[in-house]
Design a protein around this ligand. Structure first.
Ligand SMILES: NC(=O)c1ccc[n+]([C@@H]2O[C@H](COP(=O)([O-])OP(=O)(O)OC[C@H]3O[C@@H](n4cnc5c(N)ncnc54)[C@H](OP(=O)(O)O)[C@@H]3O)[C@@H](O)[C@H]2O)c1
Length: 360
């Protein structure tokens, strides 16, 4: 349906879009390539939140007049003025002749309207080229804009016999250096990381990016009764903002430059996973990485609120351990990627989409 050249130009736009990861949230990733007479004349991507949109940057970088050019854009151009004027208007004003769009904007304010506006202006519009790749790239944004909740990834390190730790009071390191680097890289791609109270206390993690290049995400800890000592790295190092989720009954109107409390409804003695995601979505967090421990992962798994898992398995077994990894790869998950990381093995899997096979 699409020519190989069109796919090559869109693939380039998708590659550019990724450069915005970690900088544009809660906006989507967008890349744009302008082509005239078979050659690229301009490129751009959405670089940071509130900054120019990909199309505008591509026009600015253009080496030739974009009149009669073809634009390859990974996400439908916006037709509403937000922090910047609508991109549909810019495409019309610059005389772009044809537009290829990988995916429509899931934002209900735009969805289909941007493409419609271009068509009404006489621009030839094609949609759906490399759509799957574009949707995968913006899955966090799509979930957040349509449900108000972040995309939830869970990271678990487990021994060869499936244990993620000895017990709640013991801190042990399971994985090797390559896995650690991989996790730090993963951190650069999410808006926030969350851990349970026991993990914060026992491991005293920093949850910052140190073994990869990128900015630190927000750090979140579930501390129902506000009993964690404020001497922990999370509250002291000032390396990233920390959010303490606590029971509505224990809420303290207390905020410093580095941490703040947010009240959450209680459910069965825990902070409600559903309310946690709703509140984090309202905070503009589109992607959340849960880094343990056992209880926190278990409660989110029970509530069916984990979209994607990263399971790092080491070659060593752990004897006399109590904390069995609650997220075992089963038919519930669709494996997206497997790779060796030093002597460890990583599986990345997504929650399988339920398809109704029943005939109507
Ligand atoms: N292998 C790995 O990947 C990995 C990763 C991280 C940690 N760990 C290990 O895991 C162990 C700690 O895990 P853990 O299971 O004892 O504790 P955890 O999951 O870190 O923390 C659980 C605590 O968080 C609070 N909480 C509030 N809302 C919650 C909710 N919705 N769901 C679950 N907990 C909620 C509760 O304490 P309050 O009621 O006091 O608020 C709960 O007891 C340590 O040994 C650590 O080293 C392993």
């Amino acid at each position: 349906m699409f020519l190989e050249d069109d796919k090559i130009f869109m693939a380039r736009a998708l590659k550019l879009a990724v450069r915005g990861r970690g900088h544009v949230s809660p906006n989507p990733l967008v890349g744009c390539v302008l082509v005239k007479n078979g050659s690229i004349i301009g490129e751009g991507y959405h670089e940071n939140f509130g900054g120019s949109h990909a199309e505008i940057t591509a026009f600015r970088n253009s080496s030739k007049d974009p009149k009669d050019s073809t634009a390859y854009i990974t996400l439908e151009p916006c037709c509403v003025a937000g922090k910047t004027p609508p991109c549909t208007k810019a495409l019309m004003e610059r005389g772009v002749r044809e537009v290829y769009i990988a995916m429509l904007d899931p934002n209900p304010l735009v969805n289909g309207r941007g493409a419609g506006e271009l068509k009404r202006a006489g621009i030839i519009v094609h949609t759906g080229i490399l759509q799957e790749e574009a949707e995968d790239q913006n899955k966090a944004f799509s979930k957040w804009i349509t449900t108000g909740r972040p995309w939830v990834s869970a990271k678990v390190a487990q021994s060869a016999n499936g244990y993620m730790g000895i017990d709640s009071q013991t801190s042990i390191w399971l994985t090797g250096e390559a896995s650690k680097k991989h996790v730090h890289q993963l951190r650069t791609q999410v808006d926030a990381i969350m851990v349970g109270r026991n993990t914060a206390l026992v491991d005293n993690p920093k949850l910052t990016v140190r073994k990869a290049v990128g900015r630190n995400p927000k750090r979140i800890v579930t501390d129902t009764h506000c009993t964690l000592p404020l001497t922990l790295h999370l509250f002291q190092d000032g390396e990233a903002e920390t959010i303490i989720l606590c029971s509505e009954q224990k809420f303290k109107q207390n905020q410093t430059a580095f941490y703040k409390y947010i009240p959450i409804k209680e459910e069965n003695g825990y902070l409600s996973p559903e309310h946690i995601l709703q509140v984090l979505g309202e905070e503009g967090i589109t992607s959340l990485l849960i880094e343990g421990g056992y209880e926190l992962l278990s409660s989110f798994k029970r509530a069916d609120m984990i979209d994607e898992v990263y399971v790092y398995t080491t070659p060593e077994t752990l004897e006399n351990a109590e904390l069995k990894n609650p997220i075992q790869i089963s038919s519930y998950w669709e494996i997206r990627k497997e790779q060796a990381l030093g002597s460890d093995h990583l599986i990345v899997a997504e929650k399988r989409k339920v398809e109704c096979l029943q005939e109507l």
